[in-house]
Write a protein of this length. Sequence first.
Length: 496
Amino acid sequence: RILQVSSKVHSTWYPASFFSSSSVPTVKLFIDGKFVESKSDKWIDIHNPATNEVIGRVPQATKAEMDAAVASCKRAFPAWADTSVLSRQQVLLRYQQLIKENLKEIARIITLEQGKTLADAEGDVFRGLQVVEHACSVTSLMLGETMPSITKDMDLYSYRLPLGVCAGIAPFNFPAMIPLWMFPMAMVCGNTFLMKPSERVPGATMLLAKLLQDSGAPDGTLNIIHGQHEAVNFICDHPDIKAISFVGSNQAGEYIFERGSRHGKRVQANMGAKNHGVVMPDANKENTLNQLVGAAFGAAGQRCMALSTAILVGDAKKWLPELVNRAKNLRVSAGDQPGADLGPLISPQAKERVCNLIDSGSKEGASILLDGRKIKVKGYENGNFVGPTIISNVKPNMTCYKEEIFGPVLVVLETDTLDEAIKIVNDNPYGNGTAIFTTNGATARKYSHLVDVGQVGVNVPIPVPLPMFSFTGSRSSFRGDTNFYGKQVSSSVKWE
Ligand code: NAD
C-alpha cells in the first residue's frame, strides 16, 4: 500500500506501512517486527530541500521505546546467532533481490528527502546493494582458521563469532548506502542490530527495513529508533549494545567514539574529509577536467569523497579558465527534474554555512572565479540551492581550505612541484580520499605511496572501494580499529 503525499510542487509517494495517514506523515519506529507510532512529544520536521516544504515528521523516540528496541534485539540474538549460516545467507540473498526490485522507489524517497538527483539516488542505493551482495558471501567470509599439530597432540582453531546487539548511527548524505554498510554485514554474521538513521532522511531506511522483513529476517533482528542527541547518548551508554558503527561529522564522531569506547564498546567511526585532486601538467586534460567537475560538484558536493580541493601543479594552472567554463554549464535544479546535474543542499543552515565559507575566502584574499551564492532556480525559489563555485588563489591557512565545506565548492591551490602538493595533502588533518591525474606511471606510484590517505585514485576521482575491500580512512577521517564492510586492511586502498 502506498500513500500519496501532496505538496505544491511535488507529489510523491511514501509507503503507507511505515507512515501514518495524518496530513503530514509521521515516520514510525520499527520495534520487534512492527512499524509502530511513537508516543513521543518531541518531533522533528523533515523538509524537501528543493522547496523547504515540510513533508513529514520524525519522532525523537522516548526512553521506553528505545529500551524496548534494545530488548527486542537482545531477545532475538541467541536464536539468530544459532540460526545456520546458510539460512542467514538465504535471507540476504532474498534481500538483495528485493532491493533491486525496489531500487527506483528507494531512490525516489532519497531524492525527496535528501535532494540529490534521481541518478545519484539510484547510485546511492546501488552502492549499498553491493554491500548486501558481498554479505551473501558469508559462508567464505566467516571461515575461521586452523593449525593442526600446533604442539604435540594439539590442534588450534579460531572462530568468527557474532558479538551480540550492534548499533548504527548514520548521516544524511547517503540515506541508503550507509545504513546498508552497517546492518546487513553485522546481521549476516549473526548479530542483531539497532539502527538510528539520520533524522533528516529516515525514509529510505524504513523501506529497507520493510524489505528485510519481507526477505525473512525474524522479528527483533533489526530494530529502528529515531532521534538526535538523546538517542545517540542512549546507544553509547546502553550496556547491552556491544558495538557501534558511526558515519558522519567529526564533531559527532569523536564524541561517539570517546563515549562509546568509555562504555566498553567496539566503535568504528568514519568522519569528515577534505579530499584533494592533484593535477599534473602531463594529465589527459579532457578526462581530468570532466572528472574534477563531476567529483567536485556532483551531489552538490555533499559526498564524503567529493574532490573539494584541486592542486594544480606547474602548467596545469593554465587549465583553470576551462574548468570554470565546464562548471558553469552544469544544470542546477530539483533532483527529480530531468537534466539536473546537481540538486539543493540539505537545509537553509547548510546553505548559509557554505555561503559564509565562500565569503571567508574572498575576505581572506582568495578569488571567487565562479560564484554560485546568488543562484535562482526557476520554480524552486525557496530551495537550498548553491550553484557550482570555484575559489582560486587559496592558501592552506585560509578558512575555506581548513574547513570541510560540504557544498558545491571547489577550492584551488597551485604548486610548482609534486612534492609541494604531497606536503599539502599530508599536512591537512583529514585523510579520507584523494586522486592524482597524470599519464606518468612513476608520478602516480610516487604519489600513491607517499600520501597518507585512506583511498587513493589514479585518474579515478572518487575511489570508493568495492565491498570486498574496506572503506578506510586515516588521521581525522577515521577512529577505530576495524573498517567498514570488507576485508580489513592496514594501509590505504589504491585504484590504478
Ligand atoms: P552529523 O554528524 O551531523 O550526523 C550524523 C549522525 O550523528 C546523525 O544520525 C545525527 O543524528 C548524529 N549527530 C549529529 N550531531 C550530533 C552530536 N552533536 N552528538 C551526537 N550525535 C549527533 O553528520 P551529517 O551532517 O549527517 O553528515 C555529513 C558528514 O558526514 C560530513 O562530515 C561527511 O564528511 C561525513 N561522512 C563521512 C563518510 C565517511 O565514510 N568518511 C561518509 C559519509 C559522510
